[in-house]
Design a protein around this ligand. Structure first.
Ligand SMILES: Nc1nc2c(ncn2[C@@H]2O[C@H](COP(=O)(O)OP(=O)(O)O)[C@@H](O)[C@H]2O)c(=O)[nH]1
Ligand SMILES: [Mg+2]
Length: 183
């Protein structure tokens, strides 16, 4: 990683789409540490990430954004701090169709510094599914905690949606404390 590079962390609960999002935008095949999911009761999908995801995108000549995905399961929480360390910004992905989506939002935003240490952008997925919470519910939840963070409805399978999250984060970085840029 060279001096002008940034590190961005994708976090959020299992199944929210961290691995998919990084794969959607990475310039090169992402590194993934997915294994067979033994927590199908929590979220029914075949694979889950135990370590991290890693991808990379070029934003200028010789300048890259490094993309790290955290594991979503609480038992890997010890990795969040390690992966979040030195992050220029954080993207929290939430699945709006999960009953506890607002509680999950609280947990992940809180764990990653509520946008105070580094900017946070929230991507809400599956908001078009039956029974899914409306985007506004997430905005209001954040406001209850005194937080005004960008909240976007996204489909992480779409490259443009994921790039919107990353671009917003980069804008916030430029507007705010450039000193958070990391090596
Ligand atoms: N149908 C549908 N599937 C989605 C949507 N968003 C994400 N997914 C799928 O949800 C899964 C998310 O899994 P993954 O990326 O492994 O989540 P992670 O645990 O956060 O890394 C993938 O299979 C995506 O294709 C959506 O809006 N609609
Ligand atoms: Mg994953």
């Amino acid at each position: 990683m060279n001096e002008q590079d940034f590190k961005i962390v994708f976090t959020g609960p299992m199944g929210a789409g961290k691995t998919t999002a990084i794969a959607a935008i990475s310039d090169e095949p992402p590194v993934s540490t997915d294994v067979v999911n033994t927590d199908r009761a929590v979220f029914d999908k075949a694979l889950t990430t135990v370590g991290l995801d890693y991808g990379r995108i070029a934003i200028a000549a010789g300048q890259h954004v490094h993309l790290y995905g955290t594991p979503g399961q609480l038992r890997y929480r010890f990795l969040w701090g390690i992966l979040g360390n030195n992050a220029a910004g954080v993207i929290v992905l939430i699945d709006a169709s999960q009953a506890d989506a607002l509680v999950q939002l609280d947990a992940f935003v809180e764990a990653f510094g509520s946008g105070k240490r580094a900017p946070v952008v929230v991507g809400v997925g599956r908001s078009d599914q039956a029974g899914a919470l409306a985007l506004d519910a997430f905005v209001q939840r954040l406001e209850r905690h005194g937080l005004t963070l960008p909240v976007f409805g996204v489909d992480v399978r779409r490259r443009d949606d994921v790039l919107l999250l990353v671009d917003t984060l980069l804008c916030l970085l430029e507007l705010g404390d450039i000193g958070r840029k990391i090596v």
